[in-house]
Design a protein around this ligand. Structure first.
Ligand code: SF4
Length: 902
């Protein structure tokens, strides 16, 4: 890239030769009026306002579209240009009603500002013509077509940024018009964020505000999935009334999904817990903080003294901040003297931590989200990325749209990304190790692998090669159902790419062979030299906002923060010194499911749960309920009275993400700030303050002036976070490892060497799932999440709009299976397994293959986890949520409850 010198309004300007005149002017502080232009979009050139005079050209040209050239002379202001701009604005106003007093955009409207700036008066709007009659309204967005100025920002953003294409421009009798396709729309709100006028407005029933009434816009981190999108929370009268994306910040660069933009009703929902609760004779009563904390401390201490520290267990939270998880780890190990601490990573990515740590020496996403847009091949498996991690899917879609990226999808369901894939392999659930072995067999047989890389940077290749030799395409087809030619095509495509990224999520991890499948992804990536390079790698997408951070902070039974093993005496010594205690427990503690089983046996007597809801999230819920009820003492700290909290002896009301400071670590290892935006309801407190109060009452004073001080203590003890502090994080997130204050953070791992030295190939045989279909239970049931809800539904099901769109549970069933069972679309059916049954609506369609059904797990009234099996991966102890045997039955009598009861 060279530099170009030009003059703009007589000033010398030097800019890269790829710049437009508009960019050159901006760099020199010279303002050119624009309306359709937006930094995140390619120039549209629709509004005609950024016209400039270029010496040697008889007619003005658009500054947004015209590239600079050497010695160009540009004039941005003249009487002629001003007159032409006024004409353009008048032409817009003719079709734009001057209803500013009732327009939500008034005061924040680009057209209003430009009209005022150009002194335009006396334009009378014409009656709307047919091109402005295509208005629409959704749960969140209302269109006002008569206000549309056809700047096309919304259409361009929907296609270019989100890769959706729900908005398009079509020809009508009166000229072009915007057309909306509800079936394609994912309600991400990118169009609203882009609309410069009031043609698209937020539809928040019962909540109205003028733009100038917004007191503050506070940047924070989305509380939902592991992408960690940066949001601006707009506050009026102490309440969050709107959310927008932060435009100049990774990982989302302004983008949000429907949950991140509209799923915030829960913050001031009437169901929020406002005061501590103590259960007496089976009924909760309100209590003071002193009373509740005294009781918690007394009961925990009593169990510790009478039954030993390991009669206690603590469940930390992937929803809570790093600081809170760090303190929970400290409360468990220092104050209560047990390593029985775990959190829901056990239920989603424990196999990732175990598998990738074995193969690479680090159990985290190797690369960065934005790199996916530049990958030559992306292989997505076990991840419905468009619904689970919507903003990550936009990077993949943009790469495909640019023509650079080829997509391979390996998934039993016909997910959204399948329609953009070059190859789709539809495997039978639970056969992932087999198809990956098959791909590697083909790659080795055809000598497509990276022999030099394998020789220099890895070990264990020969054993792996010998094992996968058995996985011929024919055999793999038998096991997986994947046609052998498709498997070979995928293998060739993946192996031939200069940079190929593997993206996976719980479809890979939540199996009894989850750790094996994760190691297989590592095998495949190393075989083709794809680890340690930009836009390559193995990229597990973390489901919850801070599941990476909770792992990093040591909310696990075997490690302190930074994966420092509790079994290593030197590390225990280091932590004991820092925490000012004589010794720390060295025996690896119990995982979540082990602790629950121990509760049923009477070995765990006291359980402290922070921000987890095992009564919804664990498999085989009937047993979970029995296990929780067999405890002597259960304390739950949460923002709502969850299904689990209802079983507690004491409930402690916690602040939600918008009511406290802290940090979350997203799926790409990026540590980001969240900031206190509004006050917690009633007496609710941030989790970290509650933990400090409990520890102090237990005789170990924990006092920190703020969350930043907790972070500083943690960073000093955690090598991969050592270079971070709130001041640095305030300037933008940092990706670990960040070992020193001058370290910029790490975009991708294992660049020159693997964290363990050499990458380790594992020779892995495929083993079938714990439960396979039988005559009595002929279907494979698989479970997962959907776009409009999140995890156990506590937050999203308290968002009116999300609930309006997605109010109840369903089972996806293939039309052929439905016909065989005489089941119609929309009919309520019974789905049963060896563990129980639920009633749900049938959604008949091709999304699932024959003999496979899918149920989302967000709905307490039809909890999918009443059906799932508690069989676990022997290494990672993760349950097999993705496969169990089930049956579907037509209900004999009409269902009078009208829906999803059980
Ligand atoms: Fe929030 Fe994830 Fe949506 Fe981003 S993609 S807005 S982090 S839910």
């Amino acid at each position: 890239m060279g530099m170009v010198k030009l003059t703009i309004d007589g000033r010398d300007v030097s800019v890269p030769d790829t710049s437009t005149i508009l960019q050159a002017a901006n760099s020199a502080g010279i303002r050119i009026p624009t309306l359709c232009f937006h930094e995140r979009l390619k120039p549209i050139g629709a509004c005609g306002l950024c016209i400039v005079k270029i010496e040697g050209h008889s007619t003005p040209l658009s500054a947004c579209e015209t590239l600079v050239t050497e010695a160009m002379s540009v004039t941005t202001q003249s009487a002629r240009l001003a007159a032409m701009r006024r004409d353009s604005l008048r032409a817009m106003l003719v079709n734009h009603p001057l209803d500013c007093p009732i327009c939500d955009k008034a005061g924040d409207c680009r057209l209003q500002d430009l009209v005022y700036e150009h002194g335009i008066v006396g334009v009378e709007a014409q009656p709307p013509t047919s091109k402005f009659t295509s208005g629409y309204s959704t749960a969140f967005i209302r269109s006002w077509p008569e206000r549309c100025v056809l700047c096309l920002r919304c259409v361009t953003a929907c296609t270019e940024i989100q890769g959706i294409g729900a908005l398009s421009i079509t020809a009508g009798p009166d000229g072009p018009r915007i057309t909306y396709d509800r079936d394609k729309c994912v309600l991400c709100g990118e169009c609203i964020q882009m609309c410069p006028v009031g043609a698209l407005t937020e539809k928040r029933s019962g909540l109205r505000w003028r733009t100038w009434e917004i007191e503050r816009k506070v940047r924070t981190t989305c509380p939902y999935c592991g992408v960690g999108c940066q949001q601006l929370l707009h506050v009026k009268d102490g309440k969050v009334v709107k959310v927008s994306g932060v435009e100049d910040a990774v990982p989302n660069v302004g983008r949000l999904c429907v949950k991140g933009r509209y799923g915030f009703d829960f913050i001031d929902h009437p169901d929020r817990l406002r005061t501590p609760l103590i259960k007496e004779k089976g009924v909760f009563r309100e209590a003071s903080w002193d009373e509740a904390l005294d009781l918690v401390a007394r009961r925990l201490r009593s169990i510790q003294e009478t039954s030993g520290p390991d009669a206690l267990a603590l469940f930390s939270s992937a929803r809570a901040t790093n600081e809170e998880n760090y303190l929970m780890n400290k409360l468990a190990r220092v104050v209560l003297g047990t390593n029985n601490i775990d959190h829901c990573a056990r239920l989603c990515h424990a196999s990732t931590v175990a598998g990738l740590a074995t193969s690479f020496g680090s159990g985290a996403m190797t690369n960065s989200i934005e790199e996916l847009e530049r990958a030559d091949v992306v292989l997505v498996t076990g991840s419905n990325t468009s619904e689970m991690h919507p903003v990550i899917s936009t990077y993949i879609k943009r790469g495909i749209q640019s023509g650079r990226t080829k997509l391979i999808v390996v998934d039993p369901r016909h997910i959204d990304l399948v329609d953009r894939a070059a190859v789709w392999l539809r495997q039978k659930p639970g056969t992932d190790v087999a198809w990956m072995n098959g791909m590697m067999q083909a790659i080795i047989r055809e000598r497509l692998y990276a022999a030099e890389y394998v020789a220099e940077r890895t070990e264990g290749f020969e054993a792996m090669k010998q094992l996968v030799a058995k996985y011929t395409p024919e055999r793999v087809e038998q096991i997986t159902g994947i046609p052998k030619d498709d498997l070979i095509a995928a293998a060739r495509l993946y192996a031939s790419a200069p940079a190929a990224a593997i993206v996976y999520a719980m479809g890979i991890t939540q199996h009894t062979s989850g750790t094996d499948a994760v190691k297989s992804t590592a095998n495949l990536a190393m075989l083709c030299g794809n680890v340690g390079i930009e836009s390559g790698g193995v990229n597990p997408l973390r489901g919850q906002n801070n599941v990476q951070g909770a792992c990093d902070m040591g909310a696990l039974p075997n490690v302190f923060s930074g994966y420092q093993a509790v079994t290593t005496p030197e590390l225990r010594e280091k932590m004991a010194q820092a925490w000012n205690v004589l010794e720390l427990p060295g025996k690896v503690g119990l995982t979540m499911l082990e602790a629950m089983a121990a509760a049923a046996r009477g070995e765990i007597k006291g359980l402290y749960i922070m921000g987890e809801n095992p009564m919804m999230s664990e498999p085989d819920l009937h047993h979970v309920e029995e296990e929780l009820k067999s405890l002597d003492f259960l304390v739950v700290q949460d923002i709502f009275l969850t299904e689990t909290a209802r079983l507690a002896d004491v409930v402690l009301p916690a602040a939600c993400f918008a009511e406290k400071d802290g940090t979350f670590t997203n799926t790409e290892r990026r540590v980001q700030l969240l900031r206190k935006v509004v006050e917690p309801p009633g007496q609710a407190r941030p989790d970290w303050e509650i933990l400090c109060a409990v520890a102090t009452r237990l005789g170990y004073p924990m006092h920190y002036p703020d969350a930043a001080a907790v972070f500083d203590e943690m960073a000093a003890l955690t090598p991969s976070y050592a270079g971070m502090d709130y001041r640095r994080l305030a300037a933008g997130g940092l990706q670990w490892p960040c070992p020193s204050k001058d370290h910029p953070g790490t975009r991708y791992l294992h660049r020159d060497r693997f964290a363990r030295g050499k990458g380790l190939f594992s020779a892995i045989e495929w083993i079938p799932p714990a439960e396979t279909p039988s005559e009595e239970y002929p279907f494979i049931l698989t479970t997962g999440r959907v776009l409009y809800h999140y995890h156990t539904g506590g937050m999203t099901r308290r968002s009116a709009g999300l609930n309006e769109i997605c109010p109840e549970c369903w089972v996806e069933i293939n039309p052929k299976d439905a016909r065989a069972l005489d089941i119609e679309d929309g009919e309520t059916v019974s789905v049963g397994t060896r563990r129980g049954s639920i009633r749900v609506k049938a959604m008949v369609g091709e999304k699932t293959d024959r003999n496979t059904i899918f149920i989302p797990f967000h709905f307490w009234e039809a909890a999918a986890n009443r059906l799932t099996i508690a069989a676990i991966d022997p290494i990672a102890k993760i349950p097999e949520y993705k496969v169990c045997a089930a049956r579907v039955e037509k209900l004999k009598a009409p269902n009078r409850c009208g829906g999803a009861c059980h």
